[in-house]
Design a protein around this ligand. Sequence first.
Ligand SMILES: Cc1cc2nc3c(=O)[nH]c(=O)nc-3n(C[C@H](O)[C@H](O)[C@H](O)COP(=O)(O)OP(=O)(O)OC[C@H]3O[C@@H](n4cnc5c(N)ncnc54)[C@H](O)[C@@H]3O)c2cc1C
Length: 514
Amino acid sequence: MSDQVDVVVIGSGINGLVAAAELAKAGWSVALLERNDLLGGFIATEERTLPGYLHDTYSSWHPLFVSGPAYAALGEDLHRHGLEYRNTDYLVTASVADDGRTTLAYRDPERTAGLFADSRDGEAYLAAVNGFLKIAEPFGALLGSELRSPSTILKGLKLARAAGIGLLRDTVTSGRAYCRREFHGDEVDHLWSPWLLHAGLSPDHAAGGLMIPVLAATMHGFGLPVVAGGSTGLIEAFGKLFAELGVQVHTGTHVERVVVEGGRAVGVVAAGRRIKARRAVLASCTPTALVRDLLPRDAVEARFAERAERFRYGRAAMQIHVALSEPPAWSDALLGRIPLIHLSDGSGSTGIACAQAEAGLLPAKPTVVVGQQHVLDPSRVPRGAAALWLQLQEVPFAPAGDAAGELDTSNGWTRELADAYATRVLDRVAAHAPGLAATIRAVDVVTPVDLAAHNVNAVHGDPYGGAGELDQSFLWRPGPRGTVPGLWHIGASTHPGPGLGGASGHLVAQRLLG
Ligand SMILES: Cc1cc2nc3c(=O)[nH]c(=O)nc-3n(C[C@H](O)[C@H](O)[C@H](O)COP(=O)(O)OP(=O)(O)OC[C@H]3O[C@@H](n4cnc5c(N)ncnc54)[C@H](O)[C@@H]3O)c2cc1C
């Protein structure tokens, strides 16, 4: 490790990777320091169940990456180094209600809207998707900007002119209320309310009215790309790009402190060693860790320290990986062709499950996100076999009880509780895929406690680096600067928030490159 570089990047999640690559491409010397033994943060592929089954342990779906500015900047390099995507151009997602009613989304929005029972809803849906597409460019420009900067005012005005006051109304509206206001039937609610979980929201949180058209337009426009062979392929491509660009990569290296001299961040201390950063330090961490652990106490203004202390974390998540001997025999055969399905009645059941989790309870009827990556990429499972990537986003970190009154939560996330809850979830899947149990070869459960242990940024098992409600988004999300000159804050905790877009890493790299 050399003792002096232009930039030190702390943390190798997508934002750290993007920032390191973009700065190194511009000729800056970069050291990337990661406390885990492998790069990637919440990007990893492992044989978690049986040999031959490649499970994306955490994140998997890359629509945010391929639709974002970081991919525009680095995509060509990453593909040159082996990154390949598999996607769908047919069915993209679906919701299945308890009674088996299924609402489908195709890549084609017109085909999707054509299935709605009330033709007025089909028209309103297409108007909402097309309405967002018309403002997608100024919207994206604003999201990709440092919001507390004068140049952003112009971008905001441009967006306001293009979108009108309706956008503001949708932004303060919940997903549930938006669907009731805009549609007569419940297909849009059924299909897209569970997707709000992926934005860190619940159906009753403000901003859902904004996010439903955004999510729908993104799925129709970009599908659900997954990395061929598993998400680790993205990390491998970054690794090769780093080798080409001379980025110094140090895994197993926890950064203990940011060094501040003369009121400016000038380097870090990691593994007892000091590394000087001539131009900048980029920290991909939570505001809590930045202020409590990394910065000297007197380096931070009191109002910033207080904001960081009060930063709120969201619901926890968990993952269940299932190795199957054969694809599930879904009651509706079309489900066997869909990469990502939600088991939910829409805002009804998802709203209840969110409320139960936020009250500290294990939901009685959780929304189950059923990922079937093998549909897009059969290379991830043995020939003829299948795997399920089950995600739960309505989970308490410290369960205080079970909403169904069945499970003992008094000892927290023990293996027994994890397995018992996984059984509840698998039963929910089996209700729509008869005979599933007989095809299960192995199950692996990643609890909220496991998430927090893998990634220090997942405080209380929150997969999104902080609650994503409106009062903690946009202007009210941290960063990218604000504490100490020379120090830039990136990652899911900062604007524009979580997901694999790499937007905050890109934003800071571009600011530094002027
Ligand atoms: C289970 C799960 C599934 C998800 N699925 C998807 C999905 O399919 N699609 C999607 O778009 N998003 C998904 N997300 C969200 C997405 O994965 C995250 O928002 C995103 O990966 C966060 O990236 P990041 O750049 O903030 O860094 P992170 O991935 O949070 O990584 C931060 C890294 O910084 C390191 N670090 C922190 N502090 C220090 C320190 N002091 N010294 C050294 N290293 C440090 C950590 O060890 C970690 O490796 C999912 C998240 C989870 C948990």
